[in-house]
Design a protein around this ligand. Structure first.
Ligand code: S3P
Length: 167
């Protein structure tokens, strides 16, 4: 048994879907952003706005690379984590990486609250999402499993993943 690792954009539903898979399968749930907040005593928003994105990415990398492969869990990653090649290879080595594929328009609707998302706070949010997605999607598509999540509820997405991975 391996970890189930959810990747994808902000607003793709990684945390919500991850929690559902966790309680349905009895696996524990690990949210990388929450771990970062616990470790630093700061919110993601504070870290990025006060210390900068590079600093955030360094902590994010430390937290991901310290994941233990021992207890098979459900892991939700922050949307930008897998852009680091070492992080992506590491995640693939400890689990099945699942991309929640959601289109920019749907992401736009789901990220209206930017209080927790500093990277979407400035400028045109839809353009920022389109731009980020076009840069990130080639990497996301290297995941082990791609789940189309535009027209499905979090429960349906969780179900698809559970069936697909035979959890
Ligand atoms: C980020 C996504 C966020 C968080 C940080 C940066 C990104 O997590 O890690 O604000 O670069 O896409 P979610 O994807 O859980 O919103």
């Amino acid at each position: 048994m391996e970890h189930v690792i959810l990747v994808g954009m902000m607003g793709a539903g990684k945390t919500t879907v991850g929690r559902i898979i966790s309680y349905t399968t009895g696996r524990s749930f690990i949210d990388i952003d929450q771990r970062i907040e616990k470790q630093t005593g700061m919110s993601i928003f504070e870290i990025i706005t006060k210390q900068g994105e590079d600093y955030f990415r360094r902590i994010e990398k430390d937290v991901v690379l310290s994941l233990s492969p021992k207890l098979p869990s459900v892991v939700s990653t922050g949307g930008g984590a897998v852009m680091d090649k070492e992080i992506f290879s590491f995640l693939k080595s400890i689990g099945k990486v699942v991309y929640l594929k959601v289109s920019p328009v749907v992401l736009f609707k789901r990220t209206a609250n930017t209080e927790t998302r500093p990277l979407l706070k400035e400028g045109n949010r839809l353009h920022n999402l389109q731009d980020l997605l076009s840069k990130r999607e080639p990497r996301y598509l290297e995941s082990d499993v791609v789940i189309e999540a535009d027209d499905s509820s979090p429960n349906e997405v969780a179900d698809k993943i559970i069936k697909r991975l035979e959890l």
